[in-house]
Design a protein around this ligand. Structure first.
Ligand SMILES: *Cc1c(COP(=O)(O)O)cnc(C)c1O
Length: 415
C-alpha cells in the first residue's frame, strides 16, 4: 500500500484555506460552522421539533412565500429537485421544461427516469427563454407541470419568472423552479411569481455547506402530492388513508411523507439531519439579520464590481447582459491563454479557486462567483488582482492595476 493510503498515518482534517470564488460551493460563514458543532438532539425532542418549526418560519421570507409547507429535504440541492419532481410527476405526465443550460438538462434527465413525457422550450446557452415562447409552449404541450431553473450557474443566466405562475394556473399546470444558485442572493418571490414548488441549497448565496435543500410547496401542490400518498400500514399512524392518485415511486423523496414528518403529526420518516438543520437555520438567520434587500444589493454590487474589473482587464464577459445573474459571472478565456494553467496558478499562488465550465462552454469561459459570505468587496478585489497577475504570467498582454480601481468604482456606483 502506498504510504499516503495507510489509514494509521491519516492526519486530522486540516484543509488549506482556499478562497472559493467559483460557481459554488463557497466558503461557509463561520457562524454556520459554529452552529454545526452544537450538540445533537433526539429527533422528537421538543427542542429539536421546535428548531424544525423555526426553520419553516425562517425560510418563508427567503422564498418570498406564505406557504405552510416550507421545510428541508435532507441531501444536496439535487435532492430537493428530485423530491419535487418525483412527488409532482407520475409516469406518463406531460412536463414542459424551460431549458437554458446544464441544470435544465438535469431536470429532463430526472424526468426521463420518472417516465414523464417531456417537451422542452429552449434558449441557446447565454440567453433566457422569452415569456411569450413559454406561453406558446404551454398552449401546445398542455403540460401537467412546467419546470425551470431560476439562475443556471452553467450559463450565468437568470430566467425572469414574473407571470410564469399565472400562465401555468390558467392552463391547469403546476410549476416548479430550481432556485439553488440564487436563493439568498437574488430575490425569490414564490408567491408573486405564483409558482408552486421552489427548491434551493445552502452552498451558494446562503453561505453554508452543501447537504440540505430548502423547499417550499404551495397548498395546491401539497394537495396534488397528498393525492399520491402511500401509507405503510403498520408502520405509519393508524387512521391515515392512501391517496387516490398514482403512487410516488421514491420513499426517501416522498414529499407527502416528508410533510407528515414536518407536520404536528411528526410521523417518522428519515432522521432529520440534525447538524445540517442547525446549518440551514443559521444560514437563514444570517440572511434575515442582514435584511434580504441589503443582501441582494450586496450581491449586485459584487457582480457589478467583478464585471467591471474583468472588462477593465480587456476581457469579454459572457452572455446576455440584461439577464446575467448578479452572483456569478462568466468570462471568455482570451485567445492563446491556457485556461487551466491560469486556474492552477490562481490556486497555487493565491489559494483562490475560480470555476471552469461545462458542455459547450468548456474551455471557453471561466466562471467567477461572489456569493454569500464571499460576496464581499475585499474578496472580489483580491480575486481580480490575482487574476490580473496570473493572466499576465500566462502571456496575456495587459496593463496591471486596471481591474481593482474599476471594481471599486463599480461597487460604489448605484445600480
Ligand atoms: C449548484 C446548482 C445545483 C447543485 O446541486 P447539488 O446537488 O447541491 O450539487 C443545482 N441547481 C442549480 C441551478 C445549481 O446552480
Amino acid at each position: 500500500m502506498p504510504p499516503e493510503l495507510d489509514p494509521l498515518l491519516f492526519g486530522e482534517i486540516d484543509p488549506p484555506q482556499r478562497l472559493l470564488m467559483g460557481p459554488g460551493p463557497i466558503n461557509a460563514h463561520p457562524r454556520v460552522l459554529r452552529a454545526m458543532s452544537a450538540d445533537l438532539l433526539g429527533q422528537f425532542d421538543p427542542e429539536m421539533t421546535g428548531y424544525m418549526n423555526q426553520v419553516m418560519a425562517l425560510y418563508r421570507p427567503i422564498f418570498g412565500t406564505r406557504n405552510r409547507w416550507t421545510m428541508l429535504v435532507d441531501g444536496t440541492a439535487r435532492a430537493g429537485i428530485e423530491a419535487a419532481l418525483v412527488s409532482l410527476v407520475a409516469p406518463g405526465d406531460a412536463v414542459l421544461v424551460v431549458n437554458f443550460g446544464r441544470f435544465g438538462l438535469l431536470l429532463t434527465e430526472i424526468l426521463q427516469r420518472i417516465g414523464a413525457v417531456i417537451e422542452t422550450v429552449d434558449a441557446p446557452w447565454g440567453e433566457v427563454v422569452p415569456m411569450e415562447r413559454i406561453e406558446a409552449a404551454i398552449a401546445r404541450v398542455r403540460p401537467r407541470l412546467v419546470a425551470t431553473i431560476h439562475g443556471d450557474t452553467s450559463t450565468t443566466m437568470a430566467q425572469p419568472l414574473d407571470g410564469l405562475g399565472a400562465l401555468c394556473r390558467a392552463a391547469g399546470a403546476l410549476s416548479y423552479v430550481d432556485a439553488t444558485a440564487t436563493i439568498g442572493g437574488m430575490e425569490l418571490a414564490a408567491d408573486r411569481w405564483g409558482v408552486d414548488v421552489v427548491t434551493g441549497g445552502l452552498q451558494k448565496c446562503l453561505g453554508g455547506p452543501s447537504g440540505s435543500a430548502p423547499i417550499t410547496v404551495s397548498d395546491r401542490a401539497a394537495e396534488h402530492i397528498g393525492q399520491r400518498r402511500h401509507v405503510e400500514r403498520g408502520i405509519r399512524g393508524e387512521g391515515a388513508v392512501d391517496g387516490q392518485g398514482p403512487r410516488i415511486s421514491s420513499n426517501y423523496f416522498d414529499l407527502a411523507m416528508i410533510m407528515d414528518y414536518w407536520s404536528e403529526k411528526r410521523l417518522n420518516h428519515h432522521t432529520e439531519a440534525t447538524s445540517m438543520l442547525y446549518a440551514a437555520r443559521e444560514c437563514a438567520r444570517i440572511a434575515l439579520g442582514e435584511g434580504l434587500e441589503a443582501r441582494y444589493a450586496r450581491h449586485a454590487a459584487a457582480g457589478r464590481a467583478m464585471t467591471a474589473g474583468l472588462r477593465a482587464m480587456g476581457l469579454t464577459v459572457f452572455g446576455d447582459d440584461r439577464h446575467r445573474m448578479t452572483n456569478v459571472t462568466g468570462v471568455h478565456i482570451p485567445q492563446g491563454v491556457d485556461g487551466e494553467a491560469v486556474r492552477g496558478a490562481m490556486r497555487e499562488l493565491f489559494e483562490i479557486e475560480i470555476g471552469t465550465a461545462f458542455g459547450p462552454l468548456q474551455g471557453r469561459i471561466w466562471r467567477l462567483g461572489a456569493m454569500g459570505y464571499n460576496a464581499m468587496k475585499h474578496k472580489v478585489l483580491l480575486t481580480l488582482a490575482a487574476l490580473e497577475a496570473c493572466l499576465r504570467m500566462e502571456g496575456f498582454a495587459l496593463t496591471l492595476g486596471q481591474a481593482v480601481p474599476a471594481a471599486i468604482e463599480a461597487w460604489e456606483a448605484k445600480s
